[in-house]
Design a protein around this ligand. Structure first.
Ligand code: OAD
Length: 232
C-alpha cells in the first residue's frame, strides 16, 4: 500500500446519484426553501415545527437512499492509501458504504442534539423528531446539524487533517459555504488538489487545482483505478 495521505473533501454532489438533492442549482434544496426559514437558530426559535419537518423529510430520504459507486470507490481507495474523508454532508452514506475515517463538518442527520446543550448528542432510531422529544435536561431535541450562523466544531480538526495531505480530492461541492471552503487553503504547497464536479465553481479554484469535469459515481472509480495502477 502507498503511504500517501489522501484527504477526500465531499459535498452534496457525491450523494446526488443516490437520489439526494443538492443545495444550490436549479433543482437544489435552497430553491424550494429559504435558508432563514429552516436552517438557522432564528428559524428554530420562530417555528421549530417547520424546522423539524424540513429535516424529518431529509432524514427519511437519507434512510431510503443507498451509497453509490462514488461512495463505494472511496472504500476501495483505502486499500491503496491512507484515506481521510471530510464531508459537508449530513447523510450517512460514507458510513454505510464502509469508509473508516469520516469527519462531518455540518453534523449528522441520523442524530439528534439537545437544543440547550449542543454536546448532548443522541443516535436516532426513527425518521422523525417531534416537539415531544426531549433530552435528559428536559429541553426539546433538534437535528444534529450545524445551521447557518453556528460554529462548526470539527473545522479545527479538519484543518489539521488537510495540513499534511499529499493529495486533496474535492468531490461534488460548490465551495460556496465558509469556513468549509477555506479547507483548500490549508493544503500544503506540495499537495496535489483535484476537483471532481460536473459543474465546477471557479471561485476558489486556481491553476494548481486539477479539474475533472464529471459525475462522482463515474469519475471517482476511474480516478481510483488509475491511482491504484500508477500511484501518482
Ligand atoms: P451545493 O449544492 O452547493 O453544491 C453541490 C455541487 O455538487 C455542485 O458544484 C454541483 O455541480 C455538484 N454535483 C452535482 N451532481 C454531482 C454529481 N453527480 N457528482 C459530483 N458532483 C455533483 O452543495 P455543497 O457544496 O455540499 O450546509 O453545499 C455546502 C453546504 O451548503 C452544505 O453542507 C449545506 C449547504 O447549505 C448546511 O446546511 C450548513
Amino acid at each position: 500500500m502507498s503511504t500517501k495521505k489522501i484527504v477526500v473533501f465531499t459535498g452534496a454532489g457525491i450523494s446526488a446519484e443516490s437520489g439526494l438533492q443538492t443545495f444550490r442549482g436549479t433543482d437544489g434544496l435552497w430553491e424550494g426553501h429559504r435558508i432563514e426559514d429552516v436552517a438557522t437558530p432564528e428559524a428554530w426559535i420562530k417555528d421549530p415545527e417547520k424546522v423539524l419537518r424540513f429535516y424529518n423529510i431529509r432524514r427519511k430520504a437519507c434512510r431510503e437512499a443507498q451509497p453509490n459507486a462514488g461512495h463505494l470507490a472511496l472504500v476501495e481507495l483505502e486499500k491503496y492509501a491512507n484515506v481521510h474523508i471530510i464531508t459537508q454532508n449530513i447523510d450517512d452514506l460514507h458510513e454505510r458504504a464502509g469508509s473508516k475515517n469520516i469527519l462531518h463538518l455540518h453534523g449528522e442527520i441520523m442524530k439528534a442534539q439537545s437544543s440547550r446543550e449542543s454536546r448532548l448528542v443522541y443516535p436516532l432510531d426513527k425518521d422523525e423528531i417531534t416537539l415531544d422529544d426531549v433530552c435528559e435536561l428536559g429541553s426539546p431535541l433538534r437535528p444534529h446539524v450545524v445551521w447557518f450562523g453556528e460554529y462548526a466544531p470539527n473545522m479545527m480538526i479538519a484543518n489539521r487533517v488537510v495540513s499534511d495531505a499529499d493529495i486533496l480530492l474535492v468531490v461534488g461541492t460548490s465551495l460556496k459555504v465558509y469556513p468549509a471552503a477555506y479547507l483548500l487553503d490549508e493544503a500544503p504547497d506540495s499537495c496535489k488538489i483535484i476537483l471532481i464536479d460536473p459543474n465546477p465553481n471557479a471561485i476558489r479554484l486556481n491553476s494548481k487545482v486539477e479539474i475533472i469535469k464529471g459525475k462522482a459515481a463515474s469519475e471517482l472509480p476511474k480516478w481510483i483505478e488509475n491511482f491504484a495502477k500508477y500511484n501518482f
